[in-house]
Ligand binder design. Structure first.
Ligand code: KG4
Ligand code: ZN
Length: 328
């Protein structure tokens, strides 16, 4: 089965092709227009998707050496995400499906982050997923394909959002997560002890206090001081965020007694989180799966693999498929 997948939930326009041999192409057009605003501007994101979607899909087909006539189904992100952005991908997908008279498969973006782990490996069910992105941070017990139970989630900011907002406080461009990761490599994580919230309170997370604490810590400092200590500041923030994530992941494993864990979402690209998760897995004798870097942040390959798994279960959608901004 050949699947063409389209992802446009936020500020990346992406298209991918999946065939029997796996992912054949995964084209990602990232929108740089938001940098000067320090965050994603929904209206601009939607317009940029409209400008790039056609060529992104064409490029995905070309790179996969496949024609539209050979595609058997179209998988598309249904939500959660920005409504204006989702609509562009969904309308484009419906147009293609209608013109070729092939089925449409609506995919939940957060599920897709988890199933990105199935592109290169095959995690055993049941497993616990630490799903960490710019909009979500949650621990999920995944019993079987598409049978998810949320064990805990953030009460305020998502982990990626915390990286981005704290980076902004330190004077870094949006999205600051990858840059903080980079700068942390040569910094001292013990330079300042930032708070780790809700450690003794179940499996929920909170990152807004950390953000405020970072703001207070640097607000009376000279710009020069911040720039001289940037590596140490970033390393200390990375330490606080990843430590909470991994401590809660350990608790989730103890609660569910699973033998397999996976990381998912943009923040799973974080090198310190990957290192800490590997240590946790080795300490607890667990199987650990982490997507390769290009499948961590938003991409259509994860929509394609999830679409394929839904197709195997016979889960197709009609032209009535509607987008959703947040999980219903
Ligand atoms: O999954 P994703 O691409 O989009 C959403 O669904 O939100 O995640 C984007 C988030 C951003 O907040 C970005 O700063 C963060 O993932 N991120 C990282 C790293 N790479 C991406 N955060 C920390 N370290 C990284 N290496
Ligand atoms: Zn995402």
């Amino acid at each position: 089965m050949n699947i063409l997948a389209i992802e446009s939930s936020c500020d990346d326009t992406s298209a991918a092709v999946f065939s029997e041999d796996g992912i054949q192409s995964n084209i990602i057009a990232s929108q740089s227009i938001h940098v000067k605003f320090g965050g994603v501007v929904p209206e601009l994101a939607s317009r940029a998707h409209q400008t790039t979607i056609s060529q992104t899909v064409e490029q995905a087909l070309t790179e996969a050496s496949i024609s539209l006539e050979e595609i058997d189904a179209i998988a598309v992100t249904q939500g959660p995400g920005l409504m204006g952005s989702l609509l562009v991908g969904l309308c484009f997908a419906k147009g293609l499906a209608l013109s070729r008279d092939i089925p449409l498969i609506g995919v939940n973006h957060m599920d897709a982050h988890i199933y990105a782990n199935f592109i290169d490996s095959k995690p055993d069910f049941p497993f616990v997923s630490l799903t960490v992105s710019g909009g979500h941070t949650q621990l999920e017990y995944v019993k079987a394909p598409f049978e998810h139970e949320i064990l805990g989630k953030t009460r305020d900011d998502a982990a990626g959002e915390a990286f981005d907002k704290i980076g902004k406080i330190f004077g870094l461009d949006y999205p600051a997560g990858p840059m903080i990761d980079n700068l942390s490599q040569s910094g001292n994580p013990q330079f300042h002890k930032f708070p780790q919230a809700l450690l003794n309170e179940g499996l929920d997370f909170s990152f807004s206090g950390l953000k405020t604490s970072a703001l207070y810590f640097v607000q009376n400092k000279e710009e020069e001081w911040i720039s001289n200590h940037l590596n140490n500041l970033c390393a200390s923030v990375s330490e606080a965020i990843t430590e909470v994530l991994v401590k809660k992941l350990r608790k989730a494993v103890e609660k569910t007694q699973v033998k397999t864990i996976v990381l998912a979402g943009g923040v799973s690209a974080n090198s310190l989180l990957r290192t800490k998760a590997k240590k946790l897995a080795s300490d607890m004798g667990l199987q650990l799966h982490i997507p390769r870097l290009s499948y961590c942040t938003d991409n259509a390959a994860m929509i394609a693999i999830t679409g394929k798994m839904k197709a195997e279960l016979g889960e197709y959608n009609s032209m009535d498929l509607k987008p959703f901004a947040s999980v219903p």
